[in-house]
Design a protein around this ligand. Structure first.
Ligand SMILES: Cc1ncc(COP(=O)(O)O)c(C=O)c1O
Length: 349
């Protein structure tokens, strides 16, 4: 185990704030299997309100939230979900979908921005009239797009995708793990994005800063079935109000400060671009993620990550690049430390 002075591996590494700790200690709890936990219920109500959906369900992880979300729409084993090739559901979660729900994915490459386009949606939803074998039950989109560097899928594109899906009679699920980052960066309300999809999920455990938890949101009738699936998947987590209390603080306080993460990510990218010109374009940093192409200064990405770790800076390998993510526990000084670490790593090469 590494200990980092500056941990930029992900926005999931944050520690609960003192306000969260206090809320957790004082949380009113009950048995969530029975729907008896008042704090969980409050978080669910608040999530439904913020997303503009009828109901919401609190689950332990983003993966479980997505897996419940996609399963809700799939009517048969071996049926397809369409998504972009880099989507979390179609990559990291592809085996989970296969094992839990017999789902396979049909994917396509949307280009460098990473988001689903109307054009790609149209080609992916082309009916299999000749063989009459492939059945598509769902179209999944992601916002922000993690593997493409935290890019924001514009609301106009989402509307166009939605129209294509509606014409094909296929519902839309949004992996909005970082939808609040998308909202802050674009100035478009979370509920506006959510209005264009049938179901969606978001994580309180990422940029919003809670230690655990995600919410699946959608029509009341579907969320009722989602609750059944949550129990089926082993997610009835009893006195979960202890965690939901932190989630409520995250949902209230988190969005107000996400712009700081975005500004720091941009400054980090500018610093790295100065140290290793051409390895990252700061103008492409839209939210809290910075992807560095270490091939440009002639460094192996994994070795660069190891060298950064020796300098006390945590980063990860995603899409063949070194990824750094800013979050609530990263200060301006931490950004300076990370840039200095890159200078040492590139300078020593
Ligand atoms: C876009 C996206 N969706 C879903 C998830 C899954 O969330 P969790 O790690 O809580 O299962 C992640 C996790 O990093 C993610 O980046």
């Amino acid at each position: 185990m590494h200990t980092y002075r500056v941990d930029l591996r992900s926005d999931t590494v944050t520690k609960p704030s003192p306000t969260m700790r206090k809320a957790m200690a004082e949380a009113e709890v009950g048995d969530d299997w029975y729907g008896d936990d008042p704090t969980v219920n409050r978080l669910q109500d608040r999530a439904a309100e913020v997303t503009g959906k009828e109901a919401a369900l609190y689950v332990p992880t983003g993966t479980m939230a997505n897996q419940i979300g996609v399963r809700l729409h799939v009517s048969g084993s071996g049926h397809l979900v369409v998504a972009t090739a880099g989507a979390h559901v179609a990559t990291t979660e592809v085996m989970t979908s296969a094992v839990l729900s017999g789902i396979a994915y049909r994917v396509g490459d949307p280009g460098p921005k990473g988001w689903m386009t109307a054009e790609l949606a149209r080609s992916l939803l082309e009916p299999d009239t000749y063989y009459d074998v492939e059945v598509v039950d769902l179209l999944a989109v992601e916002n922000t797009v993690g593997a493409a560097g935290g890019t924001v899928m514009p609301i106009d594109e989402l509307r166009a995708v939605r129209k294509v899906a509606s014409q094909a009679g296929v519902p839309v699920h949004l992996d909005g793990a970082r939808i609040f980052n998308a909202s802050v960066a674009s100035g478009v309300a979370v509920a506006e994005f959510c209005a264009e999809v049938d179901t969606m999920m978001f994580c309180v455990s990422k940029g919003l800063g809670a230690p655990i938890g995600s919410l699946v949101c959608g029509p009341a009738e579907l969320i009722r079935e989602a609750r059944r699936l949550k129990i089926l998947f082993g997610g009835a987590w009893r006195q979960a109000g202890i965690m939901a209390a932190a989630g409520l603080v995250a949902l209230e306080e988190g969005p107000k400060r996400l712009h700081e993460d975005h500004e720091r990510a941009r400054r980090l990218a500018e610093g790295v671009a100065e140290v290793a010109p051409g390895s990252v374009d700061p103008r492409e940093v839209e939210t809290n993620m910075v992807y560095v192409d270490t091939g440009v200064p002639g460094l192996d990405a994994l070795q660069a990550i190891e060298r950064l770790a020796q300098e006390g800076v945590g980063a990860t390998l995603v899409s063949g690049k070194v990824r750094m993510v800013t979050h609530v526990d990263i200060s301006d000084d931490d950004v300076d430390t990370a840039i200095a670490a890159w200078r040492a790593v590139v300078g020593a090469h």
